[in-house]
Design a protein around this ligand. Sequence first.
Ligand code: ZN
Length: 84
Amino acid sequence: MKDWHMLIVVLIVMLTPFLPFVLKGKCPRCGKRKLEGVEPAAGASANPYIAYFNCAACQAQFVREKSGPMQPVPNEQPVESTQV
Ligand SMILES: [Zn+2]
């Protein structure tokens, strides 16, 4: 009786597309899985192959082109600081 086995296979196949969302990206800076995809600022870049990520733990920003390596976003503009 392999019904349970088939059920597991079907579940894995169904869940596979959602894995990138369940398993959040690991932040190269602080090492925590807190990376969240963010929409690029309006007018910043119209390239649909570039994805932006923001770490919820250390507030680091990263950019990834297609499936290439994740790179930190150069801070060209001073980020508004909340530290006092
Ligand atoms: Zn981080």
